[in-house]
Design a protein around this ligand. Structure first.
Ligand code: ATP
Ligand code: MG
Length: 651
């Protein structure tokens, strides 16, 4: 079944196709297939045209300056990200339109219109200024998913300060490392946050994190109130509500930022190793974010858009804050867990607010599959018209389930491949043009030149796999790694000169569609066959009893590497040796004997990052009996401990 190639073997054959309906085509913002060719012919002209959807204080006079690996876009242009995301809508017909519809975990809610959001951002900018924040300063933000989080980002943007958001689920240690790396003087946090009805004491972590760091002030939002018992240190700690209450009610003038001035830095998830502080600039990033809202998400003024990511990750930066707001969208923002108080919370939110576009992650979809469709069926999801996924390769069975149970077979699905580094969606169907295939992110969006290279840096031929690369600069690309330009050069441009290396493996099919096969570091080598993790995992997830699977290669005397599969099952399924045997056989039938797992290990949980991506490198460390690599971004350290025990037991 498999075809031998010089990059990655391809095993999984997935032939289902879903073409856009005529209705979808007719109404789509992007419905002329010729756009791909036009954009490919002159990407700079394409991006310059897209840039006209933003409001510039001063137009740019040069589109691109490419001095590999350093790109500058929209040179000479001046703009402000907060002005584009908020103020320009306040002046026009969207003044009283809902910008952020916020739902708290305990059931409280708040709606901020563009005008109200603008007033809050202005006040917050005054507050930050009163605390000494200036253009170019770094501000670390460690907040739960409450309205003060996007307000803080936008207030920084308005001043021209660089925000560095640290996911509120991170420990004091992880926060501290990121504060030191960014050299921030101000930390914005909350007394605590809600998670599944429990209280996460953020201020306590913040106190532990800031000792002997450059942090001079901590601005504390009161989310929980007295419960959290936040100790305020006089002279250092100040309450958000007190300063906001005293702030002038006058507009805060938007700083005229150069297109290449830094908008923010953000650390990657740490799935493959030590997180990198990714730097994004103002003009290019905003053009990328705004364009993809119109192309990939086909955004319309009537849409109610719900992205379930946390703003602690790039998905939340681009697709809760800068993308949707710059496009004048109504964004739904949810504070808590999908199963609090019940497993239908997302579906309840969709029904309650009439959500039209839902953007979530494969890991969530697999969790919903595990829980069963009955939680969805309790709600009317008729308003939905478009679905999206991001974060990991989506297994074809999860795609089919999303399509059937959430989209009811009538909503196009955009499987968006991108990274913290790329700033916005890079490979994705356009809902009015592209024929979707379950498990494939399909093709690069207009203006993006992606390719799959072999070891020598030549494009692979159809049917083959290799390194997923971007061959031309794009506006929202990272500019560097904060404080480590050498690491930036080596990591992303060290393998193929002038070409961006994503770190992911992919294959191109006969239609030139892309299939992301997982991280290149995770590729398994069995008897000379190089196998991506995604296809074997998808074969396992295809079995009716399996909820999630992670496969790794461990050293094997004869084969070089043998495949170990870690598997979680759906509710009510018995985990026993019969099932293990059945699963091995299932993989053989689906994709061939070469991918037969040597062992199947059942576990209640897989080790994941706090952004819910599977950390295969830790599974490899466990299987090979090594000391675990960087575990600071691990969501639940108990999971690896119990896996270590399980693994010993299995041997
Ligand atoms: P680190 O770089 O620190 O290891 P990370 O790569 O997990 O962390 P992110 O930038 O949050 O950090 O994630 C980007 C990665 O997520 C991509 O490189 C890819 O592996 C995966 N990914 C995202 N979207 C998709 C998708 N639609 N299909 C396949 N993989 C995806
Ligand atoms: Mg990465």
């Amino acid at each position: 079944m498999s075809t031998e190639i010089n990059g990655l073997d391809t095993l999984l054959m997935e032939n289902r196709k879903f073409a856009p309906s005529d209705e979808c085509k007719n109404q789509a913002n992007f419905n002329d297939p010729g756009i791909y060719e036009r954009a490919a012919k002159d990407p700079e002209a394409y991006w310059a045209e897209q840039a006209q959807h933003l409001t510039w204080f001063q137009p740019f006079d040069q589109i691109l300056d490419w001095n590999p690996p350093h790109a500058k876009w929209f040179l000479g242009g001046k703009l402000n990200a907060a002005y584009n995301a908020v103020d320009r809508h306040r002046a026009g017909s969207r003044k009283n339109k809902a910008a952020i519809v916020w739902e708290g975990e305990p059931g409280d809610s708040k709606v901020l219109t563009y005008d109200m959001l603008g007033r809050e951002v202005d006040k917050a900018a005054h507050v930050l200024q009163s605390l000494g924040v200036k253009k170019g300063d770094r501000v670390t933000i460690y907040l739960p998913m409450i309205p003060e989080l996007p307000i803080s980002l936008l207030a920084c943007a308005k001043i021209g300060a660089i925000h560095s958001v640290v996911f509120a689920g991170f420990s004091a240690k992880a926060l501290r490392e990121r504060i030191i790396d960014a050299d921030s003087k101000l930390l914005i946090t909350a007394d605590a946050g809600w998670r599944r009805g429990g209280v996460i004491p953020l201020k306590t972590s913040a106190d532990d994190a800031v000792a002997d760091t450059p942090i001079e002030k901590i601005l504390v939002v009161e989310r929980i109130g007295q419960l959290a018992n936040a100790q305020m240190m006089p002279g250092r700690d100040v309450y958000w509500h007190e300063l906001m209450g005293q702030a002038p009610h006058t507009p805060f003038p938007a700083e005229e930022m150069d297109a290449e001035d830094i908008l923010y830095m953000l650390y990657t998830s740490g799935t493959t190793g030590k997180p990198k502080g990714i730097v994004h600039t103002t003009g290019g990033y905003l053009v990328g974010a705004n364009t993809s809202m119109r192309s990939v998400f086909d955004i319309k003024d009537e849409d109610v858009y719900f992205c379930t990511a946390d703003i602690g990750w790039v998905t939340g930066h681009t697709y809760i804050v800068y993308g949707p707001l710059s496009a004048g969208t109504t964004v739904v923002m949810y504070e808590g867990a999908p199963d609090w108080p019940n497993r239908d919370r997302f579906w309840e939110i969709i029904e309650k607010y009439g959500v039209t576009i839902l953007y979530t992650a494969p890991t969530s979809i697999r969790t919903f599959m595990k829980w069963g469709p009955e939680h969805i069926e309790k709600h009317n999801l008729d308003t939905l018209r478009l679905l999206g996924t991001v974060g990991e390769p989506i297994n074809p069975e999860a795609w089919m389930w999303y399509n059937e149970h959430v989209g009811k077979g009538r909503c196009p699905i955009v499987d968006t491949w991108w990274q913290t580094e790329t700033g916005c969606a890079m490979i994705s169907p356009l809902p009015g043009i592209t024929v979707a295939k379950p498990g494939s992110a399909t093709r690069p969006v207009p203006g993006i030149a992606a390719a799959v290279f072999d070891e020598q840096g030549n494009p692979v031929s159809p049917g083959n796999g290799g390194y997923l690369v971007i061959t031309k600069p794009w506006p929202s690309m990272l500019r560097t790694i904060w404080g480590d330009d050498e690491r930036f050069r080596k990591t992303y441009f060290g393998k193929f000169p002038g070409v961006y290396l994503s770190g992911d493996g992919a294959r191109i099919d006969e239609d030139s569609d892309f299939w992301v096969l997982g991280r290149f570091d995770d590729v398994i080598n069995v008897s000379g066959h190089r196998i991506g993790t995604m296809e074997v995992e998808s074969a396992l997830v295809d079995h009716k009893g399996v909820a999630e699977a992670a496969v790794i290669g461990r050293t094997h005397e004869v084969k070089g590497q043998a495949i170990t599969a870690f598997v979680t099952v759906k509710e009510g399924v018995q985990m026993n040796t019969d099932l293990a045997t059945e699963l091995k056989q299932h993989v053989v039938e689906k994709i061939g004997a070469i991918a037969r797992p040597e062992e199947v290990i059942f576990t209640a949980e897989l080790p994941k990052t706090r952004s819910a991506k599977i950390m295969r490198r830790l599974l490899r460390d466990i299987a090979e009996g090594r000391v675990l690599g960087d575990t600071t971004t691990l969501a639940d350290p108990k999971v690896v401990e119990s896996l270590k025990d399980l693994y010993k037991h299995a041997e």
